[in-house]
Ligand binder design. Structure first.
Ligand SMILES: Nc1ncnc2c1ncn2[C@@H]1O[C@H](COP(=O)(O)OP(=O)(O)OP(=O)(O)O)[C@@H](O)[C@H]1O
Ligand SMILES: [Mg+2]
Length: 330
């Protein structure tokens, strides 16, 4: 079991609007360990983006504890939060948020410009990130010259360029067709295979089924937290897509592939067909851990250099930040 990189304990978020209160999160708790790939799912307005904002330290909880990379965030100043966020998290949004006046490679280099990384190092790092998303050939294009899927791949390269421990993606395939969504999911799987923790918000059940762990939020509360054998996202319609099988009993999450039961003395049967995907329900999380967690050596090197991550949303006024997050800043 890897180190806990995200820990939420009894987190609430209440938005106050005049006399009315909007309870966006009503006490949610979960732990995510290094290298996990997690989907946060739920209907519109259920609190998914609010939850993501908590994980990304873009917003503070009304109550509860958020620990990122083993560090409690409650008492951190805005500046400390920005440093933690910039060292640890890469963001991908539905609307890409590329800067239209910059070329692709300039967009990807941007986070490095706001870190104390030498100018001469920025280009090779950005090229390596673009290589990862197979877009080196477009590096001198501008965003409007790219398709939606290509723009999203650039946004992923920008998130990757600082080699963050965690990538948070809010509806990353929401603006894309199924085939392009499939490519983006394949890319996230590759990135996850390299050890990066990924959390994706989605309302698409086919995306949810393609991700090993799925946290379902409903009305600001966790309705289910399941681990499953992922069903690859093919872009098929929800009706024709294969569905994971859910086991009702709470069990520990890592034993995903259930073994067939057999009576003592009975010979083991060979499964004639591929086993259907299995889903297991997570037990309630343990209390948040506060000790410092191990850091992968490669990440450590980059993190020492990576003091800031662009866009540094914490430095924006709240209205601009919300506009940025909600995709109204082009
Ligand atoms: N800045 C805000 N001020 C007031 N209420 C807010 C604010 N942000 C979110 N909310 C409210 O909190 C609740 C949860 O919103 P949130 O954006 O987290 O939902 P969501 O699950 O991401 O929905 P969607 O799938 O539509 O993106 C909603 O009722 C929303 O109206
Ligand atoms: Mg949302």
């Amino acid at each position: 079991m890897g180190a806990t990189v995200i820990s939420m304990k009894d987190v609430t978020r209440v938005y106050k609007m005049g006399d009315t209160e909007e309870h966006a999160l009503r006490g949610i708790s979960f732990n995510i360990t290094q290298g996990e790939f997690v989907a946060i799912m739920g209907p519109s307005g259920s609190g998914k983006s609010t939850c993501m904002n908590m994980i990304g330290c873009l917003d503070r909880p009304t109550s509860g504890i958020v620990e990122i990379d083993g560090r409690p965030t409650e008492k951190m100043s805005e500046k400390e939060l920005a440093v933690l966020r910039n060292k640890t998290v890469g963001f991908v949004f539905q609307q890409y948020h590329l800067i239209p006046s910059l070329t692709i490679v300039e967009n990807v280099m941007l986070p490095l410009r706001y870190q104390k990384i030498e100018k001469s190092e920025r280009l090779p790092l950005a090229e390596a990130a673009l290589e990862k998303v197979a877009l080196v050939g477009k590096m001198n294009f501008r965003p409007h010259e790219l398709s939606g899927g290509q723009k999203q791949r650039v946004a992923i390269a920008r998130a990757l360029v600082t080699r963050p421990k965690i990538i948070l993606a809010d509806e990353p395939t929401g603006a894309l067709d199924s085939e392009t969504g499939k490519q983006i999911m394949a890319l996230f799987n590759e990135i996850n295979a390299d050890g990066t923790t990924i959390v994706i918000v989605t309302h698409d059940p086919r995306i949810g089924a393609a991700i090993r762990r799925c946290i379902h939020i409903f009305d600001g509360k966790i309705k289910a937290d399941v681990t499953q054998t992922p069903v690859p996202f093919t872009g098929d319609s929800p009706d024709s897509a294969e569905k994971p099988r859910i086991l009702a009993q709470p069990q520990r999450a890592q034993a995903v592939q259930a073994q067939p039961r057999r009576a003592p003395g009975q010979p083991q049967r060979q499964p004639a067909q591929p086993r259907p995907p299995v889903v297991q329900v997570r037990p309630p999380v343990a209390p948040a851990q506060s000790s410092a967690q191990a850091v992968q050596p490669q990440q450590q090197v980059v993190q020492q250099r990576a003091q800031k991550q662009m866009p540094d949303l914490a430095t924006l006024p709240p209205a601009a930040r919300n506009a940025y997050i909600n995709g109204t800043i082009k």
